[in-house]
Design a binder for this molecule. Structure first.
Ligand code: HEC
Length: 133
């Protein structure tokens, strides 16, 4: 009888530990999602979403494709921050047909540009996304 109670106790402890793990993961996911929603709203307020989307290319390249291209490049963060500040074209001609991104440094704060670029680099490309021809 004592043995049986002990087994129940251990099993209960495992269930509690396991559910704590799930709860932590869930709250981490929720806070990450909340950050992403806030960052997307900053991107919307600053006009980025007029030309960009996270998963499909509109006028500019889909941001998950941007992340996919630069994910292994240590200089990518600084390069992209500068590119958004200064604008330009040529990097995505296959998708954009040579469209130019306007400079943003006079209208969008450096802190916001950095936050949006960090968000872009955190995206993972969906296998179904493809480069628009
Ligand atoms: C008027 C349309 C337009 C707006 C507004 C715009 N972009 Fe772009 N964006 C583009 C185009 C076009 C390109 C492709 C440039 C190229 O081919 O070099 C681009 C490229 C990019 C890239 C990839 C750059 C590279 O060299 O790989 C990032 C990152 C990016 N945009 C972020 C942003 C952010 C952040 C904002 C808002 C602050 C923004 N864009 C606003 C049109 C736009």
């Amino acid at each position: 009888m004592i043995r049986f109670g002990y087994v129940i106790f251990i099993a209960g402890a495992f269930i509690i530990l396991a559910s704590c793990g799930v709860a932590n993961e869930t709250s981490l996911k929720i806070s990450q999602d909340k950050m992403s929603i806030e960052t997307l709203s900053i991107a919307r307020q600053n006009g980025c979403l007029n030309c960009h989307n996270t998963t499909s290319s509109i006028i500019g390249p889909a941001w998950d494709l941007v992340s996919e291209r630069y994910k292994n490049s240590p200089e990518a963060r600084a390069y992209l921050i500068n590119k958004v500040k200064k604008g330009g074209n040529g990097a995505w001609n296959d998708i954009t047909g040579g469209a130019i991104m306007p400079a943003h440094e006079t209208r969008v704060s450096a802190a916001h540009i950095e936050r949006i670029v960090d968000f872009i680099l955190s995206l993972k490309a969906e296998p179904t996304d493809s480069i628009k021809q």
